[in-house]
Design a binder for this molecule. Structure first.
Ligand code: ZN
Length: 402
């Protein structure tokens, strides 16, 4: 499906650095240099039943920073993002509000595109709707049934996780923790007939009042959550790909399960080479969540007249892996910083800034340490005799226009 317009990313002088980034599965920082001059990235997309809040924006800006670093290092990046445009939360919201689920999805996807474009987030090469990918899911689930890694329960199909000895190798969680998170995050441990309480749904047979699609031998129905990302990744990326990414709350069950399904349908033990997860953003004492209603929407901030660069700088002032709580004073601080940088850019001359640009690159290559990169630009802005070459580097590497 259509994504959004790409921001201008200026070329900057000198060699960029392949970033070292924290890999959840490895439990440490490692160089992510792709292979053969190419990197593949899959970042889980939104379920379009509400607007983009700052937690989403922080995640997509973090992966945007990774893409900018890769491109600066000369890598060709293939970036895939899905849209979960049919799922229980979307259907529930549509039912509650009396809006057609497709109209709700289209409206929210439209807003998301606008928010991402305003924030100068580089669009995915493949922006893929789940509704448009039902055939891919049907063939993946059918393949899993053929190989015995899936089984039928009534009208539904479930994955048999006992077929996968590597399940659990991303999050390294114990059974009690997986039980808790599975139930909390969309799982159905109590469904009768399952071989294991944590086996995830692959295909949900048609129910009265729910949208459904032809499933061939599976019968009519709709995709489960995790299999959609496996099917979309397989169709749009070379396997193995470099990074599977998303918010930290996707580690389990979503990434553990979708990677397991991808193993089953590709035969590759490690279809994603690394797993990068962003911290969670809180507001007013709790993690920002739709269910709690403590959301700060990007579109609302933009409507209130906050420049997108200020929103982006608010996010970049935090390290992507740290959980943090948003306050309006951070927004004001970012606005003052942006003004200082603009004033400094106005008065910049022709001094050589290759050392400053190298420092910005080094900060970002060190586990995407945008707060350190921002501090380098602060020092540049405070220094007399500064050179204007930094302006292009700020735009290319941080996505901020000054
Ligand atoms: Zn996903």
């Amino acid at each position: 499906m259509q994504s959004w317009n790409a921001p201008e990313v200026p070329e900057i002088e000198g060699p960029g650095l392949a970033p070292r980034v924290h890999d959840t599965a490895a439990g440490g920082v490692r160089e992510l240099a792709g292979s053969g001059g190419r990197a593949g990235l899959y970042v889980c997309g939104i379920t379009p039943y509400d607007s983009t809040h700052l937690g989403h924006a922080a995640t997509y800006v973090a992966f945007d920073t990774l893409i900018r670093a890769w491109r600066d290092a000369g890598l060709e990046v293939t970036y895939v993002q899905n849209v979960t445009d049919v799922d229980d939360p979307l259907l529930d919201r549509a039912n509650e509000t009396g809006v057609d689920w497709q109209d709700l999805a289209q409206a929210e996807i439209g807003k998301f595109r606008g928010d991402m474009e305003a924030l100068r987030v580089i669009p995915p090469n493949h922006y893929v709707s789940v509704v448009d990918s039902v055939d891919l899911v049907v063939s993946a689930v059918s393949e899993m049934l053929r190989t015995g890694s899936a089984y039928v329960v009534g009208d539904d199909v479930y994955a048999d996780l006992s077929a996968d000895s590597l399940i659990g190798s991303i999050g390294h969680l114990d059974d009690a923790e997986m039980d808790r998170l599975f139930a909390e995050r969309g799982g159905d441990p109590e469904t009768p007939g399952k071989r294991h309480p944590r086996d995830p749904l692959l295909w949900r047979g048609r129910r009265e009042g729910e949208p459904s699609w032809p499933g061939g031998d599976l019968g009519e129905g709709r995709p489960g959550w995790h299999i959609e990302c496996a099917a979309i990744a397989k169709a749009n990326l070379d396997i193995p790909f470099t990074v599977q990414g998303g918010g930290y709350d996707l580690v389990y069950p979503h990434h553990e399960m979708s990677t397991s399904h991808l193993r089953e349908v590709t035969g590759r033990q490690h279809p994603a080479e690394s797993f990068v997860h962003t911290g969670l953003v809180g507001y007013a004492g709790h993690k920002m969540s739709k269910s709690r209603g403590n959301l700060v929407f990007v579109s609302q901030l933009l409507d209130d007249g906050v420049p997108a660069d200020v929103i982006r700088l608010t996010l970049l002032a935090q390290h992507y892996r740290t959980d943090w709580e948003y306050t309006t004073s951070q927004l004001y601080a970012a606005a003052r910083r942006w003004q200082r940088w603009q004033d400094a850019a106005h008065l910049a001359g022709d001094a050589d800034e290759s050392a400053t640009i190298a420092e910005i690159r080094a900060a970002i290559a060190d586990d995407l340490s945008t707060p350190a990169a921002v501090a380098v630009v602060d020092a540049w802005a405070a220094r007399p005799g500064r050179g204007k070459a930094v302006i292009g580097a700020v735009s290319a590497l941080l996505g901020v226009s000054i």
